[in-house]
Write a protein of this length. Structure first.
Ligand code: GLN
Length: 490
């Protein structure tokens, strides 16, 4: 069962070869058996999950099941879920039980999916290694001495070790694609605005976007069908006609399934900065894409080199505003000892936030302050526009762009913890996509010294169906995404 994809699980549930209660229990048992090695989950509530599973079984019995009815899905602990502790990986929200569902959670519940548990993450989604969580680091199932990537590292480790069939994540600068790459998963960051951010705890609102991590692109398309859609409660949600993101994947397989597709190779993705073993696998994937019928062309994103610097002004600026709400008054952590209101605020924040969050809040407050705003924040916004223009130019002659997701495979726990700038550079290939608001997917493309390598495909706005199809056709032609980490294959 653990090697099944979402379509097979849905069919098994409809044919009643397994019930949702049995399937949910199977994953709960795997979590109980394996998660002490990974720390992928912050909260598991077997009784609550099984109650949802029983409800799903009733729907299935009445023939009311949809594509996800009865399937357990894990959610990054950044999504508020009614009655569930929702921590965002922080001491600040250690005791917070959400009174309401995020729109993403509600949409999964309406589809009949089972909430399997809340996954570990970098504190407030700030990180690339899942080492900043208040609940301790997550470990990579392919090598437990390595990081799983971040910030959706709990979701990635859980799905990679098959402690969940699939999971949600969020991607502000790479936090779905980078852990997907490091854990041998398919991870999609959709176009900004097609998945509601309502009830998803805000980090940098103009960059944050919800997506998913799953074994295959076909699974991601099924999940996106449930997650995407207009939400009047999110002012940046886009009101567009509903789409079936599986439509290209479900179309009949042609001899050269990607004939006519033009894939651009931005030269900035192929410089000297990456591990040569990673680049060899990316080069091999380019040849595979040609075999599938795609035409490969050279292109350039001339301002991409500035993306990390611009992001580390814009994202902290937005975070410093968003995280002002955590003041010890309304919810979350409050220091037990204080003399007056100001001391209550400052001690609650000093004790409730970890070091990386504090670093971001200081940078963010600084770049927004009088006298520095023009020099930093405004400049960064201008760079953001230049980067978006670069992509627009590239998409005039390419359908998709291709490159590595991450410059290296999973690194050892602690290897970059003391050097924030080194850590920030892990996202060199993913951040520009968020600055432009575009969709991007990471897919497995092989192994270097036993560790997975991810290939990134980037599409134009709203091209998810095509992007996922390009990923799917590649996955039909090779076995990389089907490999399981040996220590968790049973
Ligand atoms: N690693 C990046 C950061 O720390 C991106 C995080 C994310 O996408 N949530 O900001």
């Amino acid at each position: 069962m653990i090697a099944s994809n979402l379509q097979q699980l849905a069919e098994a549930l409809i044919r009643k070869t397994i019930s949702s209660v049995e399937l949910t229990q199977l994953y709960l048992d795997r979590i109980a058996r394996h998660d002490h090695q990974l720390n992928a989950y912050i909260t598991v509530d077997a009784a609550a999950s099984l109650a949802q599973a029983r409800w799903a079984d009733q729907r299935l019995a009445k023939g009311e099941g949809g594509p996800l009815t009865g399937i357990p899905i894990a959610h990054k602990d950044i999504f508020c879920a009614a009655g569930w502790r929702t921590t965002c990986g922080s001491r600040m929200l250690d005791n917070f039980v959400s009174p309401y569902d995020a729109t993403v959670i509600r949409r999964f519940a309406e589809a009949g999916a089972v909430l399997l548990g809340k996954t570990n993450m970098d504190e407030f989604a700030m990180g690339s290694s899942n080492e900043t969580s208040f609940f301790g680091p997550v470990r990579n199932p392919w090598d437990v001495s390595c990081v799983p990537g971040g910030s959706s590292g709990g979701s990635a480790a859980a799905v990679a070790a098959r402690l969940a069939p699939a999971a949600t994540g969020t991607d502000t600068g790479g936090s779905i694609r980078q852990p997907a790459a490091l854990c041998n998963l398919t991870g999609l960051k959709p176009t900004y605005g097609i998945v509601s951010r309502w009830g998803m705890i805000a980090f940098a609102s103009s960059l944050d976007q919800a997506g998913m991590l799953a074994p295959s692109a076909a699974d991601c398309a099924r999940l996106l069908n449930v997650m995407a859609g207009f939400d009047e409660r999110d002012s940046t949600s886009l009101d567009r006609p509903t789409e079936d993101y599986c439509r290209e994947i479900d179309a009949r397989q042609a001899d050269k399934p990607l004939a006519g597709l033009k894939i651009g190779l931005p030269k900035q993705f192929f410089g000297a900065g990456s591990d040569p073993q990673v680049m060899r696998l990316i080069e091999a994937a380019i040849v595979d894409y040609q075999t599938l019928g795609a035409e490969i062309v050279d292109t350039s994103l001339p301002n991409m080199d500035l993306s990390v610097a611009a992001y580390y002004v814009i994202a902290p600026a937005e975070a410093s505003s968003n995280l002002a709400r955590f003041d010890g008054v309304r919810y979350g952590y409050r220091t037990p000892v204080y003399r007056d209101l100001n001391e209550m605020y400052s001690r609650s924040r000093a004790e409730g936030f970890g070091a990386e969050v504090k670093r971001r809040l200081l940078i963010g407050t600084y770049v927004l302050s009088h006298g520095y705003y023009d020099a930093y924040y405004l400049q960064a916004q201008r760079i953001r526009r230049l980067i978006a223009n670069d992509f627009a130019e590239a998409f005039r002659h390419c359908d998709l762009l291709l490159g590595p997701t991450s410059p290296s495979t999973a690194f050892k726990l602690g290897a970059k913890a003391a050097d924030p700038v080194q850590m920030y550079l892990s996202d060199i290939y993913t951040i520009a996509v968020n600055l432009a608001g575009l969709p991007g997917v990471s897919i497995p493309c092989g192994f270097a010294d036993g560790l997975p390598v991810g290939l990134q495909l980037i599409g134009n706005y709203f091209s998810e169906a095509r992007l996922l199809n390009a990923a799917h056709r590649y996955q039909q032609s090779n076995p990389w995404h089907l490999r399981l980490p040996p220590a968790f294959a049973e």
